[in-house]
Design a protein around this ligand. Sequence first.
Ligand code: ATP
Ligand code: MG
Length: 242
Amino acid sequence: MTTPVLRVSHLRKQFGDFTAVEDVSFSIEPGEILGLLGPNGAGKTTTIHMLLGLITPTAGAIEMFGMELAAHREQILQQVNFSSTYISMPMALTVEENLWVVGRLYGLSDIHRRVDDIVKKLEMEEFRHKVTRKLSSGQMTRLTLAKALLTEPKILFLDEPTASLDPDIAHKIRALLKEERRSVGLSILYTSHNMREMEEMSDRIIFLQRGKIVAEGTARAIIARFGQADLEEVFLKLARER
Ligand SMILES: Nc1ncnc2c1ncn2[C@@H]1O[C@H](COP(=O)(O)OP(=O)(O)OP(=O)(O)O)[C@@H](O)[C@H]1O
Ligand SMILES: [Mg+2]
């Protein structure tokens, strides 16, 4: 058996007396795409922030590549990257300058070649010389994805990666992520409120509600279990049962 790239056990996060994440356990295998689904406020972003070491869990364990996050933070985070709409980057730098900075921070070799590569893959040529402050939200999303893929991580945490993308670019991004998974065995944990995308992308889905896992499995298994026509129907059913 292979070691999971990520294993989370009994994870919990409290903010004062409010429990945002409660007793969450799951793992991700190499090359697996796991979709984290749930209504607004379900605890998806909080979970991802704990996995990135941005906030400390109240209880529970996080292991990546067989090592505990708390004890091997630097070594682990070197092989991890993420993208979210809330990332702040130096706004006065151009797109390519920002990517060069990321490359330097991660100590990458061959930075210029890698940046050229990712700019091409994500079709960012048109705005690579633009100042980051002037980007449209879809362009900004692509920049944060480029930043995440640039470091060739083993696991990628994507918080609503396609939220502001037009359908054409969103389609291309999904194809690119699947290709990265196929060619280098990239594992991905991601969130989305687009149910079709969830169905299409995820090998497995975890449905969070008020911080707890209420369903888990392939999209097809979850749909069958709840006796609905598609994932959107399951979502509506679960979300309205609050
Ligand atoms: N720093 C914080 N202090 C207090 N409460 C917080 C904090 N961060 C998050 N929460 C609360 O934890 C709950 C989960 O929030 P989280 O951002 O994880 O939800 P989410 O599933 O990502 O939702 P969305 O789909 O809206 O992005 C929410 O009720 C939120 O208000
Ligand atoms: Mg969120």
